[in-house]
Ligand binder design. Structure first.
Ligand code: PEP
Length: 250
């Protein structure tokens, strides 16, 4: 049984006090839940949000990391530094990093290996652009991203990875994929995991959907058999809407 996992990606938003207040609001109002919940604040606020979420059932995620363990890499942050701050998860290969900052599958793959080696759970993002979808390339694009980003993982390592299917055209646009469109890609991804690894791995890996998830569309998306959670951007920035999505997941 895959545990539903809802994560909020705060991107490069929030002041320090806003981030702490948002985290405190989520912690205070979440209560007991069977849903796995995490928030990913900007890296400079990870420490403050870690204090606010300490001892709660809200996990801490980073939005990115570097693959090297330490050394002369100005501006970068290592997996062990994230662990030190209380992170359990790290988002890797988000489409904004792939498309705006030029991250490749090879870059993502190095980070995935480093994250797992350090004991972090990677949330690995894949997804097609609108042009790719319209050209009928959705399946080949996400397969290529998965093959490249997840290369060289053992079955055991892969079982602990979370995949986030995030169609680029649905991120921050208000244009959510229909539950059927999302389920089709999620089911294809699960078949791919069975082919590349085995049926146990395919059954274990959680595949989140991301792209304009809101409280009013979350229930239908999360009701699909192969959608195991959501990676949420805009709607994770308000306590009510984030908790509304978690409530819809129950
Ligand atoms: C995201 O950035 O991962 C995301 C899904 O954003 P939004 O929910 O705002 O579309």
């Amino acid at each position: 049984m895959r545990r539903t996992f809802i994560a909020g990606n705060w991107k490069m938003t929030q002041t320090r006090s806003e981030a702490v207040a948002l985290a405190q609001g989520i912690v205070q109002q979440l209560g007991d839940t069977s849903i796995e919940v995490a928030v990913a604040p900007p890296s400079v606020y990870l420490d403050a949000v870690s204090q606010a979420t300490k001892g709660s059932n809200v996990g801490l995620s980073a939005q990115n990391m570097y693959h090297e363990a330490n050394g002369a890499f100005t501006g970068e942050i290592s997996a062990s530094m994230l662990l030190d701050l209380g992170c359990k998860y790290v988002i890797l290969g988000h489409s904004e990093r792939r498309h705006i900052l030029g991250e490749t599958d090879t870059d993502v793959n190095r980070k995935v290996h480093a994250a797992i080696a350090a004991g972090l759970v990677p949330i690995v993002c894949v997804g097609e652009t609108l042009d790719e979808r319209e050209a009928g390339q959705t399946q080949s694009v996400v397969q290529q991203q998965c093959d490249g980003s997840l290369a060289g993982l053992t079955n055991e390592q892969m079982s602990g990875v979370v995949i986030a299917y995030e169609p680029v055209w649905a991120i921050g646009t208000g244009k959510v994929a229909t539950p059927e469109q999302a389920e089709e890609v999620h089911a294809d991804l699960r078949k791919l995991l069975e082919t590349r690894y085995n049926s146990d791995v395919a059954a274990a890996v959680r595949i989140q959907y991301g792209g304009s998830v809101k409280p009013d569309n979350a229930g239908d998306l999360l009701g699909q058999p192969n959608i195991d959670g959501a990676l949420v951007g805009g709607a994770s920035l308000k306590v009510d809407s984030f908790l509304g999505i978690i409530a819809a997941a129950k």
